[in-house]
Design a protein around this ligand. Structure first.
Ligand code: SF4
Length: 428
């Protein structure tokens, strides 16, 4: 049989071995009352186990190895953390273990007690050939309620991880949710390609400064394009020259330093996604809204949220430009629903979750999950690959959960820790 020690942990944890006639290698009758708590850190593998050997009930730790000689190889002999081991569970018994107090460590041998069916399902998962994920041939057979429950758990794990970044920024911004939201919103305006310059821009231009110019759209645009590094040169067109003049004044007034223009990437982007267009849309959003995060907390329906982010009008200069001084065919640069939904998915849902967790207000967490359930599925190859193995997705709730499942579990073959893997291994 080919397996890892993790497989034996799994077998022990879920008691998936033949229990009839259990006895130690010394022939004493053995009964497992409690397998104990799985310990994934240093120290014995299971703690607080209860077992009965002969007529005596023992409480303590259980250590598991593939062969009993691993006890010495893993240097447990003189390690005090292992003094309270009450049972050694092994697949092969090639050595008796004598503890420092002279006691012989009782050993349970699992050889012959693991079902071949269970082993072959495990083998297929961990060592089988795969094109996409290890369980691609069996995931479709999973009970849909169990799959949904597991996906909910992976989605929450994903949101918890993203929340950590939000809460770190919140600490940096001294607890200012509006400023933190503004910075993360900016980063998401840049998609992956221009997320960094957008984030640097927002950090270099606090909302407090923008707030002083809310009644002057040109000044907001000047501050944003100027801090982005786009207003350093002379222009032919009047609009960018006006922005430049405004920025030169505001830059001195607030002692601002622009970020480097070369950080912005245009290569391989469709013109609608050029950073100049995204900056114009961001400027419009900042100029035409205020206290955005507070309004997001108040909005209860997805359509209210969509309206908050989409009711914005980009300066008409961009109707026939994708860059300064380069006229193009007329095309409105509206902030479309796909872009709005991406902000809802990547920023708003994450902030609702983070806010709910931080403030211990479950209804914001529920609203975050509901929002993801209301948003359409995103278009990416992982979702498409799950679709080809029979896992269909209708909402961003499911697609985000599948992304987490694939990246955090399947890619690392964590099938023994996965709700789907547990179902597959326990299918009867
Ligand atoms: S981690 Fe879970 S979903 Fe992924 S391949 Fe393993 S059993 Fe399947």
């Amino acid at each position: 049989m080919l397996f890892t020690e993790d497989f034996l942990h799994y077998i022990w944890k879920f008691r998936l071995f033949e229990h009839a006639g259990l006895q130690t290698t010394d022939g004493e009758p053995l009964q497992i009352l409690l397998p104990g708590l799985h310990n994934t850190h240093s120290g014995p593998d299971f703690s607080n186990a209860r077992i009965k050997i002969g007529d005596t009930v023992w409480a303590g730790n259980v250590e598991i190895h593939i062969t009993s000689a691993d006890w010495h190889k893993h240097q447990h002999t003189n390690d005090g953390a292992y003094n309270n081991v009450i049972l050694h569970v092994t697949y092969r018994n090639d050595e008796s273990i004598i503890l420092p107090d002279g006691r012989k460590l009782p050993t349970l041998l699992l050889d012959g007690r693991i079902g071949t069916d269970l082993h072959s399902r495990y083998h297929q998962l961990i060592y089988g050939k795969q094109q996409f994920i290890p369980c691609e041939g069996s995931i479709k057979a999973i009970n849909s309620l169990s799959l949904h429950n597991w996906l909910t758990r992976t989605l929450v794990q994903r949101l918890e991880k993203k929340s950590e970044a939000v809460l770190a920024s919140l600490a940096y911004n001294r607890g200012d949710w509006e400023e933190t939201f503004y910075q993360h919103l900016a980063a998401n305006f840049g998609f992956k390609v221009n997320a960094l310059p957008f984030e640097l821009l927002a950090k270099s231009l606090p909302q407090q400064i923008l707030g002083k110019h809310k009644n002057n759209t040109l000044q907001i645009e000047a501050l944003i394009f100027g801090q982005a590094g786009f207003l350093e040169d002379e222009f032919t067109d009047e609009y960018p020259n006006r922005l430049r003049t405004e920025y030169q004044f505001l830059r001195k007034k607030f002692q601002l330093t622009p970020i480097e223009k070369h950080l912005w990437k245009f290569m391989r982007l469709r013109p609608q996604n050029f950073p100049t267009i995204r900056l114009a849309q961001f400027a419009a959003l900042i100029a035409q809204t205020s206290h955005l995060f507070s309004k997001i907390l108040e909005a209860t329906e997805i359509n209210e949220l969509r309206k908050l982010l989409s009711d914005i009008y980009v300066n008409e200069y961009w109707d026939n430009h994708y860059r300064f001084d380069a006229e193009s065919k007329p095309a409105k640069k509206r902030f479309g629903q796909t872009s709005v939904d991406l902000l809802l998915l990547n920023t708003v849902a994450v902030f609702l979750f983070s806010y709910g967790s931080r403030q211990k207000q479950q209804h914001y967490i529920d609203r975050s999950l509901q929002l993801l359930d209301d948003l359409p599925v995103e278009d990416n190859h992982i979702v498409a690959d799950f679709d080809t193995i029979g896992i269909k997705t209708k909402t961003a709730f499911e697609s985000q959960a599948l992304l987490e499942l694939k990246n955090s579990y399947c890619n690392h073959k964590r099938c023994l820790e996965c709700g789907v893997g547990n179902q597959i291994l326990n299918l009867t």
